[in-house]
Write a protein of this length. Structure first.
Length: 275
């Protein structure tokens, strides 16, 4: 069952009849096993993907902040938040509900938080294409989680997720410096800070892209049909498996950038099995 799952997620556009030769089962059997395992993993690890209470603690967030400050110089940043869009085939009906005019595609939207250890530490989804970043952020409830966890920081230290201007103004969010509405330009220090954080964000964007790089099904738009397949589950389970891969490998491009190793696989999934 696990081999069917991994092969189906990673094989870009592979035909089911070719897989009959590999697994020795019918097309209907392969699809049944694949979809059942997908939904089981979503149910079992859904909370872990959304917000891992064992992983995202005050102590851990403080360590992330120190690592980012040591490499980049920006104070108080412990993670990066952004959204991603995964397109799928055009529907035969109710197309407007899934169509994103900005991306010119029918799609699902996902809100993600990447931390300095290269782990996608929070994934909130799915939303249909027309939903924007601000709406997903408000609906996720993560702002309230951050306020309860870090109401006033720790001592003089404040903690922030770094983002673009979409998430402003929100508690626990920091973004690049902007020139004032009065036309006052940025100082040299502010411009330098923006440049340094921009360079760090490029590495994080590459980390976001690992999911699509490893699992070809997320790039196969023609094979993603929401009325016949659990398309959103493809990305959710791909994220889970990417995180597990990082834990087993012990590094990725983000952890290398900030010199912060991912947790072991046992540490990563302990909150699920501790119950």
């Amino acid at each position: 069952a696990i081999c069917i799952l991994l092969h189906q997620l990673s094989a870009l556009g592979a035909r089911l009849k070719d897989k009959i030769k590999i697994f020795g089962h019918s097309q209907s059997y392969i699809l049944l096993v694949f979809n059942d395992i997908l939904m089981y993993l979503c149910r079992q690890f859904g909370q872990l993907l959304f917000w891992d209470t064992c992983h995202l603690t005050v102590s851990k967030i403080s360590k992330y902040t120190y690592s980012v400050e040591k490499i980049v110089g920006g104070r108080g940043v412990w993670g990066w938040i952004d959204s991603t869009m995964r397109p799928f085939c055009r529907l035969g009906e109710n197309q407007a509900a899934y169509y994103s005019g900005h991306k010119k595609s029918h799609s699902f939207q996902f809100q993600s938080i990447m931390t300095a250890d290269g782990i996608m530490s929070s994934l909130h989804a799915p939303y249909t294409g027309p939903h924007g970043d601000w709406m997903m952020w408000n609906d996720s409830g993560i702002e309230r989680i951050l306020y309860d966890l870090l109401p006033c920081g720790i001592g003089e230290q404040r903690y922030y997720l770094y983002s673009d201007f979409t998430y402003w103004p929100s508690f626990g969010i920091m973004g690049p410096y902007r020139s004032s509405e009065l036309g006052i330009s940025l100082s040299g220090t502010e411009e330098a800070a923006n440049l340094l954080m921009s360079g760090a964000r490029i590495s994080v964007e590459w980390g976001f892209g690992l999911n699509v790089t490893f699992w070809g099904i997320n790039n196969y738009k023609k094979g993603s049909k929401i009325l016949s397949s659990p398309v959103a589950a493809y990305y959710l389970v791909s994220t889970l498996l990417t995180n597990m891969h990082m834990c087993l490998k012990g590094r990725n491009i983000v952890s290398d950038k900030f010199n912060y190793s991912p947790p072991s696989l046992k540490e990563y999934v302990r909150s699920v099995f501790s119950e």
